[in-house]
Design a protein around this ligand. Sequence first.
Ligand code: HEM
Length: 555
Amino acid sequence: MASTLSLSDGRYGSRILHIPSHILAAAIEALFLTNVFPERLPAQNAFLWAFMRTFALHFAFILSYIVFYLGLIYPYFVSPIRHFPTPSASTSPLARISRGMFTLPPGTRFWEWSKDTDNDGVLLLRSPLHRNRLLLTSPRALADVLLHNSYDFEKPKGVRSFLRSVLGDGLIIIEGEEHKFQRRHVMPAFSFRHIKELYPMMWRKSLALTERLNFEAIEGKTIEMYSWASKVTLDIIGIAGLGREINALQNSDDELVRCYEELLEPSPQKLVFFVAQAYGPAKLVKMLPLRLNRVFSETTSTLRSICGRLVREKREAIKTNADDHFDILSILIKSNDFSDDALVDQLLTFLAAGHETTSSTFTWLTFLLALHPNVQSRVREEVRQALPGRPAKDTDVDLSAVLESLPYLNGACNETLRLYPTVPITVRTSVRETRILDRPIPSGTNVIICPWAVNRNPKLWGPDAGEFKPERWIDDGKPNNSGGADSNYSNLTFLHGPRSCIGQNFAKAELRCLLAAFVGAFEWTMIDEEKDIIPAGVVTIKPRNGLHLRLRPLP
Ligand code: HEM
């Protein structure tokens, strides 16, 4: 028994708690009793009588196992992870987990515990009924989970099954060998060469955003930044991903725009809905007559059918040479590695992952530059010197070379990505016995990776970790890639290793274009107070009530 436990505490617990096995065992025992001791049982309904009693005994055993073994003995005296330090004893285990997950901005509590508790890279967050989690805090521990033993950890089943409804069975959801296969075949679509070729299109769309906003600014209207950022990034991924003009900047009635607005709008109800499905009784939640159940099922099936139509149209266009097949979908179709269904899954993944994340980051970028007008001016000066005059849509400048060389522009983008990592918390479960920091980790252990906490940890970034300082990313007047941190793992915005963000160079290129065009066209200030801009969201973070800006068009 001990060896089973050390191999797999999660699996051992679930075997003992497997109710159908107990029903079967109680039935066999009742059968035995009715045959061997018939004289001790009532004459009528003897089997039922015996079964009810044997099952009651099993039930009492399960209950005491839960309360005594899982609740008291296992976590404190047996579990191999019991020696990791825990955050301050002043909070109860239940409060610790719920506050960790629900405090705004997401990740704040994990950040406090990471920096305030003595630890060498792993903290144990105890919670009732043996659902303890490990919070990773040091580059070494993170490298063990994200790189060295990456395939020993998977996204928890509940999280995957919830996200699957929006993202399909694409790269973000699948695991193991299937993931290795897909990743290898999708990589070429994100090569440096391909991203470089996308710059002119990203630039055109960025200028289209500024032109569209110019109308609003001239009329003296204030703008809500996230909704505009979301439209332009959907337009960009529409062309890069599908070779299709979605034109969300001009046409907000587009079905895709409507679906994503519906799904991604942050609200406390959605957060509870997500946590209940990912960590609670998902099947039961799905059966409840909730408005969100209806919205999710209608919206996700609309998205699937739109993507199915787009795949069929693209196959047809490739056959008849009706477009230039430069987009991600064309590259995947031409690789002949994916069925139509698999292509729909990839498409759902790229559309959601590729527009929502960059639009949130661009919104935070404009927020931080509104708070730091001196940095806003420096970026503007730099862009105007590098791209003199009002840059044209079809410029023959090598945009990637120019924009990637600008220190303040890149510093502002990287510093925003560090301080506002769009995915502030992600989770993994070990699927076999493995190791972190050379210590044994049983199968079924839950692990929390919190980019919000790591990216702002003063132990990794120094005492000014929480400040916006684009200069960190500049050495001798040139952009650097480390921000001055000793390890890559001090910056987790895109994670690292085989499950890192495949679109990170795409996203950085897009942010450079968007910021360069925006800063060249407007000077901007905030309408809301800084304290009212609260990061919130279900998987990614954006300002809870939007970000309202006043733009002053520049000559
Ligand atoms: C600022 C922008 C972005 C941020 C901060 C970001 C962040 C991340 C993070 C943290 C993950 C890992 C999630 C996890 O495993 O828990 C991820 C994965 C992924 N991202 Fe991004 N992302 C961004 C933009 C993009 C773009 C533009 C695309 C595509 C066009 C993209 C496509 C993907 C895909 C396909 C994965 C799954 C990779 C795998 O598991 O192999 N992302 N992203």
